[in-house]
Design a protein around this ligand. Structure first.
Ligand code: 5AD
Ligand code: SF4
Length: 484
């Protein structure tokens, strides 16, 4: 008699929040692939569901608890129907911040793993699978406190050293662009932000590790790399000689990898935008002319209360210097409205700053008091309606700026990385150097190449282009050389 072939165990990871969580989710999938888990697209089909969570604002973290309720109900349905069991895990920043609290509040959770402990994931899953089922909620909660289901240690360097690199096939399946975490954690302690508490102190990965991972990604077909860090431009990883290297130098070394076409990095703090990095923008064609540089507020009083350690003038001067180095750079930013004590006049300064800079993209948020951060205890919290009103005005301005930026691209020819099939037949989707989504009619054979594309129209959230033919290209270069 032949044994039935064992079904592979299926893993579903739901990712909330920032790009670093996207990167971490892939690394968790890589670690569990070694244990026989294959990815699936829904919780309904999974043996193990992981929620990779975000704690940055209250809304983000509350979502996790409602999703856990839904998963527990799904598991109960399965148990009643006598079908497969399901393990439920919580990862990410909510896991880090509220580890024990999660298992108290949601007794069905089988494991909780903070971002610095992902290398422990296989053991945690194995332990969870071996635990007795059918306990009462109270028994589960009592055991949870001492059965090692919560892993929230801070040992970041170990995490990177012990997590496996993705397989070639896994990288291929993830597409032509990839994230690569080079730095994690933050020492800036902006008074609104939980990151220094959930992701811990700044740690930079050694240069050789970053180069090795980048090389492997490029060999598997990746054309565009985005370096990630909560405060990425504070990067100071050690090189082979034990010398700390800044982000500008790291980018120079990465730019030497043959086959790698584009580099980006996010998110930066204005204080860490040093000369080396600005010079990298001047010198490296592969470094895309798009910079996400959050300012948060345009009022010096509020910047001080936020502990941002830069003024409005510092920020504007910095942008001027960056533009001198790379005149075609497009700016992106983050803004918080309604920080405690923010008056109408403070908000007007933010509004005016946005006008002055002119952003190609922007992310606007209502201040959300986070437990344990200094901002949460400040007097003069701004009423919700006021925050909503300011957010709406700012959003209107930044949306219009983004659209104006798109319109200004019409008539220009941009290099577009053609990534995938578009929604309509015969259409492809790609990314411009400025991170805009571009749609155009082009043959599928061009997927995986970078082409000069003439931008012909701008929509609300994307731009449309057309392939530039060889003869058009020649004619354009003749015009350019005669102009020069
Ligand atoms: N409330 C609102 N927005 C916040 N951000 C960080 N913490 C908070 C908070 N408590 C925003 C900042 C940051 C972005 C990632 O999220 O603008 O740059
Ligand atoms: Fe948070 Fe400020 Fe650090 Fe950014 S720089 S992660 S906003 S503390």
């Amino acid at each position: 008699m032949t044994e039935p072939t064992p079904q592979p165990k299926k893993l579903f990871i739901k990712t909330y929040g920032c790009q670093m969580n996207v990167y971490d989710s892939d690394r968790m999938a890589d670690a569990l692939a070694a244990e026989g888990y294959v990815a699936t697209a829904s919780a309904e089909d999974a043996d193990l569901v992981l929620l990779n969570t975000c704690h940055i604002r209250e809304k983000a973290s509350e979502k996790v608890f409602s999703e856990l309720g839904r998963l527990n109900a799904l598991r109960a349905e399965r148990a009643a129907a006598g079908s497969r069991e399901m393990l439920i895990g919580v990862a990410g920043c909510v896991a880090q911040a509220e580890g024990e609290e999660i298992v108290r509040r949601v007794p069905g959770v089988d494991l909780v793993v903070g971002p610095q402990s992902y290398h422990h994931l296989p053991e945690l899953v194995e332990k969870a699978a071996g635990r007795p089922r059918n306990l009462t909620a109270r028994e589960t909660a009592e055991r949870a406190a001492r059965d090692g289901r919560v892993a929230t240690d801070f040992a970041l360097a170990e995490k990177f050293a012990r997590l496996p690199l993705p397989s070639r096939e896994a990288t291929r399946a993830r597409g032509l662009t990839a994230f690569l975490t080079v730095q994690e954690g933050c020492d800036k302690f902006c008074s609104f932000c939980v990151v220094p508490y959930t992701r811990g102190a700044e740690v930079s990965r050694p240069v050789a590790d970053v180069l090795r991972e980048a090389q492997a990604l490029v060999e598997a077909g990746v054309l565009e790399l985005t370096l990630l860090g909560q405060n990425v431009n504070a990067y100071h990883g050690l090189d082979a000689a034990g010398r700390p290297v800044g982000l500008g130098e790291l980018l120079r070394r990465l730019a030497e990898i043959p086959g790698l076409a584009r580099l980006r990095y996010t998110t930066s703090h204005p204080r860490d935008m040093d000369d080396g990095l600005i010079e990298a923008h001047r010198d490296l064609d592969k470094l895309m002319p798009y910079l996400h540089l959050p300012v948060q507020s345009g009022s010096d009083r509020i910047l001080k209360a936020m502990n941002r350690r830069h003024t409005r003038a510092d920020y504007l001067r910095l942008i001027e210097r960056i533009k001198l180095a790379r005149p075609d750079i497009a700016m992106s930013g983050d803004f918080i409205v309604g920080f405690p004590g923010e008056t109408d006049a403070d908000f007007e300064q933010t509004f005016a700053l946005v006008r002055e800079v002119g952003y190609a993209s922007a992310f606007t948020f209502k201040y959300s008091p986070r437990p344990g951060t200094p901002g949460a205890d400040l007097p003069d919290q701004v009423p919700e309606e006021k925050k909503a009103e300011r957010l709406e005005r700012l959003l209107e301005l930044t949306t219009e700026q983004m659209r104006a930026f798109g319109r200004a691209c019409v008539g220009r020819t941009l290099d577009v990385l053609l990534e995938k099939k578009g929604r309509l037949a015969g259409q492809l989707g790609g990314r411009s150097p400025y991170l805009q989504a571009v749609h155009l009619d082009a043959p599928e054979s061009l997927i995986g190449t970078i082409q000069p594309i003439e931008i012909v129209a701008a929509g609300n959230n994307s731009i449309q282009g057309k392939i530039v033919t060889d003869s058009e290209r020649k004619a354009a270069s003749l015009v350019e050389s005669s102009a020069a």
